[in-house]
Design a protein around this ligand. Structure first.
Ligand SMILES: *[C@@H]1O[C@H](CO)[C@@H](O)[C@H](O)[C@H]1NC(C)=O
Ligand SMILES: *[C@@H]1O[C@H](CO)[C@@H](O)[C@H](O)[C@H]1NC(C)=O
Ligand SMILES: *[C@@H]1O[C@H](CO)[C@@H](O)[C@H](O)[C@H]1NC(C)=O
Ligand SMILES: *[C@@H]1O[C@H](CO)[C@@H](O)[C@H](O)[C@H]1NC(C)=O
Ligand SMILES: *[C@@H]1O[C@H](CO)[C@@H](O)[C@H](O)[C@H]1NC(C)=O
Ligand SMILES: *[C@@H]1O[C@H](CO)[C@@H](O)[C@H](O)[C@H]1NC(C)=O
Ligand SMILES: *[C@@H]1O[C@H](CO)[C@@H](O)[C@H](O)[C@H]1NC(C)=O
Length: 492
């Protein structure tokens, strides 16, 4: 997933006018979604059952523990009457920023690797999975369940990289018992810098102010609007910073990965993996060595053409519109491509495509090794100073303008990584679109079961994708402070 989507807003304010607008837009989007899902759904005639019970019934009983929130003992904290909503609010208030910061520093210093005693040390060619986590614990639970069911998962190391500190998320991750796990914490989060850069400083220029006015006002970043004339919005910048930080952290700073030369897979909290994804990754790795020496990046997810409902250049404006209407998430606007993954796709489950890497198509379930990274990181300036808040577009910019060997991808035709994050940040319903998508992914994978674990791969070549226009960035990354923060992550 690209860019700031996972950061998108919480619902705030509730005037009638806004409510009306939201209802209108949600209806509109809902109609669109249904239209698309009708056209592409797996079995249109089948009554789908999205209940939590139905979803649970597809998950082995031993893994239910990852889906069940632990009741917290508040009486210990408060000695009160068990009013859980009041207690939860109280609990959040009691963990203050200085404490969070202290804990983050501790975690990052100690680099505790869980379960190393059970699963043994990391081999230099093991697979390392890095998961970028914000605050959507429900999706994360399902990702963990899917990872738990993957064959050979016991041999990997999972790095959970957080930009939001939360005790519930921590205890969920520390309960993972099927492989080695380490947690790292992005230290420049908005959560820990609510009133200063990289969060929102009260003296920052408002997004829509004119440059001349900004200069008169002498607000912090008056000289640096983005290429569309807009000033920085903290929320939109965090994902790209976090992405760059964690990659640097994993390749250069963690003790456990110091000698690692194998594949590093990049996932996000709202992804879901197929049980043969490690098997397929290994096959791809071997096939690359033999048949595609110039391939330097692997991709386990693939978007179908119909996915691209919003043109990419419109993406940011779409996100912005949503944000301004205070809609819960941009995820709702993007029709889910998973609706259109037909089980028949898996009859070609051994097919892979060799193609120039394209950010918008190949950014899901990406994997590369230290040698590819060493080329990318030399292009830090191209990544950090490109006026686009999306990490994947920035990587595309790196590939096109700086790398000697452009990014060349091997991509599976039958996706092994799915995006389940349709419900957006802080969605309160228990049975919203998110569980519908999870349910669909479960069904697709179930009906594809006999096609998983291919013995070999067959290659198709897409030599030249129609000439990608040199495009302007999507903006949102004009502020010099962002450039410097990002560049600083690469200095060691
Ligand atoms: C959905 O599935 C659950 C569990 O399998 C079942 O108890 C429930 O009756 C089903 N609901 C519908 C509407 O089919
Ligand atoms: C909760 O904490 C209190 C005080 O420490 C303790 O007496 C009680 O047994 C705990 N309850 C549970 C369910 O752990
Ligand atoms: C719990 O606390 C909330 C917030 O203080 C309050 O609105 C609600 O009435 C309380 N509920 C009960 C059952 O005490
Ligand atoms: C934060 O919490 C700690 C421990 O509860 C307390 O000692 C400290 O004074 C608090 N700091 C602020 C700024 O509230
Ligand atoms: C991995 O480690 C083994 C021995 O521990 C060593 O022989 C091998 O060269 C290493 N491979 C790489 C790619 O570093
Ligand atoms: C990395 O390799 C060096 C030299 O071979 C060795 O001393 C060190 O223990 C290794 N570190 C890890 C974490 O494997
Ligand atoms: C890393 O990937 C490159 C392709 O980008 C490949 O040539 C190289 O053999 C890989 N290194 C290891 C240690 O697997």
């Amino acid at each position: 997933m690209s860019g700031g989507r996972s950061l998108l807003g919480r619902r705030r304010g509730n005037t009638w006018l806004r409510t009306g607008l939201i209802v209108f837009i949600v209806m509109f989007v809902w109609l669109q979604l249904n239209f698309l899902s009708f056209r592409g759904s797996v079995e249109p005639s089948q009554e789908l059952n999205y209940s939590n019970a139905a979803i649970l019934s597809m998950v082995p009983a031993v893994l239910h523990k990852f889906l069940t929130p632990k009741p917290r003992n508040f009486s210990q904290l408060l000695g009160t009457n068990g009013n859980s909503s009041a207690n939860a609010a109280y609990f959040r208030a009691t963990i203050n920023i200085s404490e969070i910061t202290k804990n983050i520093i501790q975690y990052n210093l100690q680099q505790t690797v869980y379960n190393e005693d059970i699963f043994g040390p990391l081999q230099n060619d093991s697979i390392v999975i890095v998961v970028q986590v914000h605050d959507r614990i429900t999706y994360l639970r399902h990702l963990i369940v899917s990872l738990a069911q993957a064959r050979d998962i016991s041999q990997v190391l999972i790095v959970f990289s957080h930009d939001y500190y939360d005790e519930d998320i921590n205890s969920l991750i520390q309960s993972v018992d099927f492989c080695k796990v380490i947690q790292i914490f992005y230290p420049y989060s908005i959560q820990t810098h609510p009133k200063e850069f990289p969060g929102e400083d009260p003296w920052d220029c408002p997004r829509d102010i004119k440059r001349e006015q900004a200069i008169l006002r002498k607000c912090n970043n008056a000289l640096y609007p983005d290429l569309y004339g807009h000033y920085r919005e903290a929320k939109f910048t965090q994902t790209k910073h976090h992405w760059w930080w964690k990659a640097n952290r994993v390749f250069h700073q963690l003790e456990i990965t110091r000698n690692h030369s194998g594949l590093v897979v990049f996932l996000e909290e709202d992804h879901y993996v197929a049980e043969d994804f490690i098997h397929v990754l290994r096959l791809m790795e071997r096939t690359c060595k033999e048949h595609c020496k110039h391939c330097n990046i692997l991709s386990l997810g693939t978007y179908l053409k119909t996915y691209n409902y919003y043109g990419d250049s419109k993406k940011k404006e779409a996100l912005r519109a949503i944000k301004q209407q205070n809609i819960v998430s941009a995820g709702q606007v993007q029709p889910s491509w998973t609706f259109q993954v037909l089980p028949s796709l898996y009859q070609h489950s051994q097919k892979v495509e060799i193609t120039p890497w394209i950010s918008s198509k190949h950014n899901m379930g990406m994997a590369f090794n230290r040698s590819t990274w060493s080329h990318m990181v030399k292009c830090a300036e191209y990544f950090c100073k490109y006026d686009d808040y999306n990490w994947d577009w920035s990587l595309q910019h790196v590939s096109q303008n700086c790398l000697k060997q452009k990014l060349y991808a091997m991509v599976v035709r039958g996706p092994r990584v799915f995006h389940i994050g349709e419900c957006g940040v802080h969605h309160k319903k228990t049975n919203c679109e998110s569980t519908a998508v999870i349910s669909k992914v479960q069904r697709v994978l179930k009906s594809a079961k006999t096609h998983l674990f291919p013995k070999y791969l067959t290659l198709t070549y897409t030599s030249l994708v129609k000439k990608t226009k040199l495009r302007k960035g999507n903006g949102g990354w004009g502020d010099r402070r962002d450039h410097m923060l990002c560049m600083g992550m690469t200095l060691r």
